[in-house]
Ligand binder design. Structure first.
Ligand SMILES: NC(=O)c1ccc[n+]([C@@H]2O[C@H](COP(=O)([O-])OP(=O)(O)OC[C@H]3O[C@@H](n4cnc5c(N)ncnc54)[C@H](OP(=O)(O)O)[C@@H]3O)[C@@H](O)[C@H]2O)c1
Length: 375
């Protein structure tokens, strides 16, 4: 793959633009930058969600002079699509506009949508792929994982005391973590398509399963899903969610995920409790763990996880930290199962550095709602 400095800079910019689109939803976040033959930026675009223009078409529509696309280079984070969905194929749009070179970061894994690269090559365009591929894969990892595995990307979240308890001995767990960590959880809920709990959590906590901020409900609400055979009480708070409640009266988690995927769900946020979280981990259906560790001690029998089918140390389920941050007074740890086939950095035995702050200092900050400090 050969790319000029302006093309590499354009891909970095396209990645930034991609993240302006919604993280949840059936479509991926995609960004596009159009360059003139001298490497100057002609226009930028990004995808704003299902049913709206794709990034390439959005960028083309923003050209001051549509004729400027002739001989231009399109730098796109995902292979331009090749199918007639709710919008036309982007490969055709780029060909029709007269673009002569296309660089994309990640091949489209979609059965129906892939093949845009080949289509454009056949039309005589100079097409290359792989520029900043790891960064681009990381940015849309949940969507790529869902497409590759045919099931939603699964994040398991829990909050625990420093001694690993998810609740006090009487089952009460509100609140273990502080307001900043809880806000962080709500923001993450709003980035997922569905939020999942077991019947035990519904009965113990009566959660609303909405994504909220101090201003009320967030714009995007995940679908509430309860798994288990015990009936959800008629007056349960989750029945007042903006979306109808989905109840799966089963313990077959693979079947639940398959059913959710068929209905367009690409990411789920599993919020407990310990029994359900452990069942997802035992089944090997977890792509990411987000654990909030509070500086408090509870002791007692209710641990953050239960049985994981680990009877001896050789069977331990190792993970890799991808970030460790202080959120308010709590620590947020994000980790991935080792050798995950959904982790781009695990490909070819490579590892990417975690965003981890250690006693030796700060390595990186994450976002405006959190601070990365010395632990
Ligand atoms: N700290 C935290 O982050 C956090 C989060 C949530 C909850 N909690 C606390 O956790 C406690 C509740 O824990 P919990 O473990 O009872 O709740 P849970 O994991 O939400 O629910 C357990 C129930 O899920 C159902 N289930 C569905 N699929 C299953 C599977 N594959 N394997 C086994 N069970 C499956 C079973 O219900 P059926 O018998 O109905 O089939 C099971 O009894 C409460 O004290 C709550 O406050 C803490």
């Amino acid at each position: 793959m050969t790319a000029t400095a302006p093309e590499t800079a354009a891909m970095s910019r396209a990645l930034e633009l991609a993240l302006r689109g919604p993280r949840a939803g059936v479509n991926p976040q995609v960004g596009c930058v159009l360059l003139d033959p001298d490497g100057r930026v002609l226009a930028e675009g990004w995808h704003r969600g299902a049913g709206t223009a794709h990034a390439e078409v959005d960028a083309l529509s923003r050209l001051a002079d549509p004729a400027a696309a002739a001989g231009a280079t399109a730098v796109v984070t995902l292979e331009p699509c090749n199918h007639h969905g709710r919008t036309g194929p982007c490969s055709e749009a780029l060909i029709a506009a007269g673009v002569s070179r296309v660089l994309y970061a990640v091949p489209d894994p979609g059965v129906a949508s892939a093949g845009g690269g080949e289509r454009m090559r056949a039309a005589g365009l100079d097409v290359e792929s792989g520029l900043l591929r790891d960064e681009a894969e990381e940015a849309i990892r949940p969507w790529l994982t869902a497409l590759r595995l045919g099931r939603p990307f699964v994040t398991v979240k829990w909050a625990s005391s420093l001694d690993g308890r998810a609740a006090a001995a009487d089952g009460s767990s509100r609140w273990i973590t502080g307001p900043a960590a809880r806000d962080d959880v709500h923001r993450r809920r709003g980035e997922h398509d569905a939020i999942v709990v077991g019947t035990g959590t519904v009965l113990a906590d009566d959660p609303a399963l909405t994504a909220r901020s101090g201003d009320g409900l967030l714009e995007h609400q995940p679908i509430p899903v309860v798994i288990g055979t015990t009936p959800v009480p008629v007056d349960a708070a989750v029945r007042h969610h903006p979306h109808p409640l989905r109840v799966h009266a089963t313990h077959d988690l693979g079947a639940v995920l398959a059913s959710l995927f068929d209905d367009g769900v690409r990411s789920v946020f599993v919020e407990g409790g310990p029994t359900l979280a452990s069942a997802f981990l035992r089944a090997g259906l977890v792509d990411e763990v987000v654990a909030y560790l509070a500086p408090t001690l509870l002791g007692g029998p209710i641990t953050a996880l239960g049985d994981l089918d680990v009877s001896t140390i050789d069977e331990q389920r190792r993970l890799r930290f991808t970030s460790v941050d202080l959120v308010g007074d709590d620590v947020r740890l994000v980790a991935r199962p080792l050798a995950s086939d959904t982790d781009p950095s695990a490909r070819d035995g490579r590892t990417s550095p975690a965003t981890i702050s250690t006693s030796s200092g700060v390595t990186a900050a994450t976002d405006s709602t959190t601070t990365t400090k010395e632990l």
